[in-house]
Design a protein around this ligand. Structure first.
Ligand code: BG6
Length: 473
């Protein structure tokens, strides 16, 4: 019953009762067990898997093969990862047959910090080979995040200028309007840095900054991503104070509705100092990106839901138009990840009919505007890849480890720091604390809210354009 209701509620396609539904539900079995009991549940699981195999009809498997792939998908609190792995191992459920692969999928968080991630990985690797392990970062399943490397490496006009010589800076924003909902217990121990930056934001950054891989094979792509993480400048305590801003939302108004502050959310400590917003300036110390700031920002209860990458190109020397028209807008490329998927490019052109008047114009490609277009959800794609046995869209251990190495000094500094901000320091519905604006203002820049800002304009709310802001339609 619960199953049927969930499918009805969340399926992107209408669900019909009848033969198709019956056939679908016959494929499911539910086994209830205590995951921390090392024996009983796992022995029972082994028995069920054995009976499934013997009841398999010839023709269910390819080429008459009677074996089957087994995928263990761990969407459970992180402290259960190891007990489950050990329970599976005790029953030999990790052992692969020639035609019966065993795969294990881990939802995040993979560890709580560098030490716990290493410890977990060591224990998992005593049982499973790296090739059997799928660490999910659902951002890698998003259409436009995969598209980033296509846009970069399949366009002759972009790759030659994708470097510090032509790019002034990059902004990566993942803004959410939601609060923590019913995940207060988990989130209050995690915070935005662990929940979003260590994984999703780092993955986005690697896609934007990686070198072209020698081939599109899984390991070659991962090799390049991990190099970016290794080149991320580790921040000193002084740099953390200056370049990493944290915030927590108080009560406010989002989408016209009054919402409680973070400390008033279910299962959140009423005096919590957990951050729900992070903005930071980072540098990638390699040949391509030396000196180019990457500004990263993510938070809950922000004014709009929007994930996007904004690449601002350098302006030209101050001659000709750049001399005459002070304040000429820079060229900007925006990769819109969600909710709208697409790309837009802003450039300067003469305003028709008005001699001597130059204005920024946009070429806008909206990928999901086409009627009938229905790209798979990130999870649909990722689960399909697990079934197929393709690990390209999953994170390799060294990626996870390097990302923890990057955020670890920040975690440690925040844990001990005397200079804790007074939370809450932004109202729900605002773009984080004022220090986040200040972070860019000090560099003579402003956050570029891209199409998001245009959305605000359309809704008649206040979206003041910054120096680098686009012209609204
Ligand atoms: C999850 C985080 O991994 O990603 C959530 O745990 C966050 O806190 C979510 O809300 C964001 O995902 P998306 O796909 O909505 O951007």
């Amino acid at each position: 019953m619960q199953f049927r209701e969930s499918v009805r509620e969340f399926s992107s396609r209408p669900v019909q009762d009848g033969a198709e539904w019956d056939r679908f539900t016959r494929m499911f079995q539910y086994l209830r067990a205590n995951l921390e009991d090392p024996i009983h549940g796992y022995a029972e699981l082994k028995r069920v898997l054995g009976s499934l195999r013997s009841s398999q009809q010839p023709g269910d498997a390819q080429d008459g093969e009677r074996d089957m792939a087994v995928i263990f998908y761990l969407a459970v609190p992180a402290h259960l990862f190891n007990p489950i792995v050990q329970g599976l191992a005790q029953q030999g459920l990790h052992l692969e047959g020639e035609c019966s692969p065993r795969r294990i999928v881990f939802e995040k968080p993979f560890g709580h910090d560098l030490a716990s991630a290493r410890d977990l990985n060591r224990k998992v690797r005593q049982v499973f080979e790296e090739e059997q392990i799928y660490r999910i970062d659902h951002y890698l399943g998003k259409e436009m995040i995969q598209n980033i490397i296509v846009i970069r490496f399949a366009n002759a006009f972009l790759e030659p200028i994708w470097n510090s010589r032509y790019i002034d800076h990059v902004q990566i924003t993942s803004a959410e309007t939601d609060g923590v909902g019913d995940r207060g217990d988990y989130y209050d121990k995690a915070g935005a840095l662990r929940d979003m930056v260590q994984n999703h934001m780092c993955q986005l950054l690697t896609m934007v900054a990686m070198e072209p891989p020698s081939s599109l094979e899984t390991e070659r792509v991962r090799d390049e991503k991990v190099k970016v993480l290794r080149s991320l400048r580790k921040l000193s305590p002084q740099e953390i104070t200056r370049y990493v801003i944290r915030g927590q939302y108080g009560p406010g108004v989002v989408n016209g509705e009054e919402v409680p502050g973070y400390r008033g959310e279910p299962e959140v400590d009423q005096a919590s100092n957990t951050e729900t917003f992070v903005a930071m300036k980072v540098y990638i110390d390699n040949f391509r990106w030396a000196g180019v700031p990457f500004y990263i920002r993510t938070g809950k209860r922000l004014p709009v839901r929007s994930t996007e990458v904004v690449v601002e190109f350098r302006t030209l020397p101050e001659v000709l138009y750049f001399k005459e028209y002070r304040g000429l807008q820079p060229n900007i490329l925006v990769i819109k990840v969600q909710p709208e998927e697409g790309v837009f490019l802003q450039f300067n052109a003469k305003k028709p009919g008005q001699a001597g008047f130059i204005a920024p114009v946009r070429m806008d490609f909206c990928q999901n505007c086409a009627v009938g277009f229905n790209s798979p959800e990130a999870y649909e794609r990722l689960l399909m890849e697990v079934i197929r046995g393709d690990r390209t869209l999953f994170t390799r251990w060294d990626e996870v480890e390097e990302a923890w190495k990057f955020v670890e000094p920040i975690i440690n500094y925040w844990r001990g720091s005397a200079g804790k901000p007074r939370f809450p320091n932004y109202a729900a519905g605002e773009w984080g604390p004022k220090e986040a604006e200040e972070l860019l203002r000090r560099d003579g820049r402003t956050w570029y809210d891209g199409w998001t800002r245009c959305e605000l304009w359309r809704k008649g709310q206040n979206g003041t354009p910054g120096r680098t802001g686009p012209t609204p339609d």
